[in-house]
Write a protein of this length. Structure first.
Length: 171
């Protein structure tokens, strides 16, 4: 059985490493849950660059994280996602003030290309873009209303779904 993969965005790591952040304990608990349950935890070079504008790389648990570089395939997927975001902006579905490809779109492209299972964030605007794009992973918003016990429900439901889809044949 393959290990599940979780992709963490910049907002998650900022919350986890900022001492006075109201979601710090929650972010650390969630991170600990993933490490104890043998999830592969991924971070993008895009998120690292963004994080380092607010924090110190020494504060990230790099020995645990798998770093994913933004590559050619990610760029193509990001362009495809960005077209959808820009069209939605033009139609007034979402608001965005810049004509550049947002980092959220780049991170979603990487996560989608890497076939991750879960994407961790505390960014409501990012969730809006996720809802628009509907990539092939589950978005987990660790915002103030998130209860860590929800993780167990999510994973139990996922495991039940995976279990029921298995084809058992007798030998």
């Amino acid at each position: 059985m393959k290990n599940k993969k979780v992709f963490c965005d910049t907002s998650f790591f900022v919350r986890m490493t900022t001492i006075n952040d109201p979601l710090r304990c929650q972010a650390k608990s969630i991170f600990n849950y993933f490490t104890k349950n043998n999830f592969e935890i991924l971070i993008s070079t895009v998120a690292i660059a963004e994080f380092c504008t607010k924090g110190d790389i020494k504060n990230l648990p790099m020995e645990i994280l798998k770093v994913i570089s933004f590559d050619f395939n990610h760029a193509l997927k990001a362009a495809d996602f960005a077209k959808k975001v820009f069209a939605a902006r033009k139609e007034g579905v979402i608001s965005m003030h810049r004509n550049i490809i947002p980092n959220d779109v780049k991170l979603f492209a990487q996560a989608d290309c890497k076939s991750i299972d879960y994407f961790l964030s505390s960014d409501a605007k990012s969730k809006n873009i996720y809802d628009l794009l509907k990539p092939n992973f589950q978005f987990i918003d660790i915002g103030s209303e998130f209860d860590i016990s929800e993780l167990q429900k999510i994973f139990l439901q996922t495991n039940k779904t995976n279990f029921s889809k298995r084809n058992f044949s007798s030998n």
